[in-house]
Ligand binder design. Structure first.
Ligand SMILES: [Zn+2]
Length: 416
């Protein structure tokens, strides 16, 4: 047998939302081999035995909206966005390690400034010689009228320079590079350019053109969509993930419900909280921070009621909302949206595996599933906030290998 790890004396939260249960979990190679009250001697022989200390073992967490390339993490604040490409590449690599340190073992990129760098990071993380999560890489953020990455204008349909052909060419170019995801900012963003969140930035023809190329080339589309009409456009055009979803009206909610088997919504509470409370300057009127919070707190319970899969990922990577703060989203799911801690964790694990399009092998603690696991010192179902304390993450395993193991947890290699 390959490398084997036995987690002993743990409570297993399996990701489905059911109550934790006491068990031992045996990992062999990169998969979960056995879950049992007591793993039999012939199976545990030679395994590295980890003392769970009665803590809760959860599936590795999945984040659906992080920007590895925006430059800021909890360890490093980057106030500029015009670093040379070489420095940006290092920032992406750094952010990948910080994500793993936070228990995020899979990430679905929210868009970036250097697609080639995300692709290189995806490869390095997958090969395992550079610490980082399983990763779905994105295009640069293609806003209508945006001529270069990172320049946000949101001029509205009238003021932009794109047309169906240029959008088609953009999706083709990104597919040629090999991205998993092409991001389209279908609405503006008031937090960046005041008063633009409710302004649609693309025509129906452009989004349909993007969808046609995406389908043919096998890439996914993600929509940045605050405005109700932009959300409807996303549903009509087979977009896979909708970010924000802030000003969804009844019709948009019902359309999302109808598409719930093929779509995900990431409402990004993290950035909304940070815009209000942690930005360097006071929010200005046109940023709509209070309206955004109020609207999203009303919308998300309606989505949940309609069976839509709502997933965490709070737009991390900005100086005031750095990578590494990701698990605060789970607390905001509880505090703002009325999730139980178990529901919030399920959104980050079972639904997370589905966001990664790996739901049949990722996101659950189940025999045969990939061994992405986090051993929590304590019970996050009693207090979801403990996940924000890295010291409480006693072990982090990705693909069957330790990224982290706290001192004193490793017992002898098991003879029997
Ligand atoms: Zn974002």
């Amino acid at each position: 047998m390959g490398n084997a790890i036995l987690f002993a004396d743990v409570q297993v939260f399996d990701g489905t939302g059911r109550d934790p249960f006491p068990a031992e979990v045996l990992v062999v190679g990169n998969r979960i081999e056995t879950i049992a009250d007591h793993v039999p001697a012939h199976l545990r022989e030679g395994a590295d035995v980890i003392d769970g200390g009665g803590g809760v073992l959860i599936p590795g967490l999945v984040d659906a909206h992080t920007h590895l390339g925006f430059g800021s993490t909890v360890e490093h604040r980057s106030l500029r966005r015009d670093e040379p490409d070489e420095e940006k590449a290092l920032l992406v690599a750094h952010a990948g390690r910080v994500l793993l340190d936070s228990g995020i073992t899979s990430a679905y990129s929210g868009g970036n400034r250097l697609p080639r760098t995300e692709l290189a990071a995806r490869k390095a993380f997958a090969e395992g010689w550079m610490p980082g999560p399983r990763f779905k890489a994105a295009s640069w953020e293609g806003s209508a009228g945006m001529r270069s990455p990172g320049v946000y204008e949101f001029p509205g349909i009238e003021g932009r320079e794109s047309d169906p052909d240029s959008i088609r060419a953009f999706v083709e170019e990104m597919a040629d590079l090999g991205v998993d995801i092409v991001k389209l900012s279908l609405s503006g963003e008031s937090a960046v350019v005041a008063g633009t969140s409710r302004i649609v930035q693309f025509t129906e023809e452009e989004v349909a053109a993007a969808a046609e190329v995406a389908r043919r080339r096998g890439v996914w589309l993600t929509a940045h969509a605050h405005a109700a009409e932009s959300i409807k456009m996303a549903v009509r055009n087979n977009i896979r993930a909708v970010y924000h979803c802030t000003f969804a009206d009844e019709e948009a909610l019902d359309m999302l419900a109808g598409a719930r088997d093929r779509m995900f919504v990431a409402p990004t509470p993290g950035i909304i909280y940070a815009n209000q409370h942690e930005a360097d300057s006071e929010p200005e009127e046109g940023m709509e921070v209070e309206e955004t919070e109020r609207a999203v707190r009303a919308v998300v319970p309606e989505l949940v009621r309609r069976g839509v899969r709502v997933v965490p990922g709070g737009d991390y990577g900005f100086p005031w909302n750095p990578v590494g703060r990701n698990t605060r989203d789970l607390q905001l799911f509880v505090d703002w949206f009325g999730f139980t801690p178990a529901e919030a964790l399920r959104a980050a694990t079972q639904y997370g595996g589905q966001v990664m399009n790996m739901g049949d092998e990722l996101g659950l603690i189940r025999e045969g599933y990939l061994a992405d696991l986090v051993l929590v010192d304590g019970n996050p179902l009693d207090d979801i906030a403990i996940l924000q304390d890295r010291d409480r993450l006693a072990a982090i395993v990705k693909n069957g290998s330790f990224h982290k193991l706290a001192e004193g947890r490793r017992q002898r290699v098991s003879a029997a």
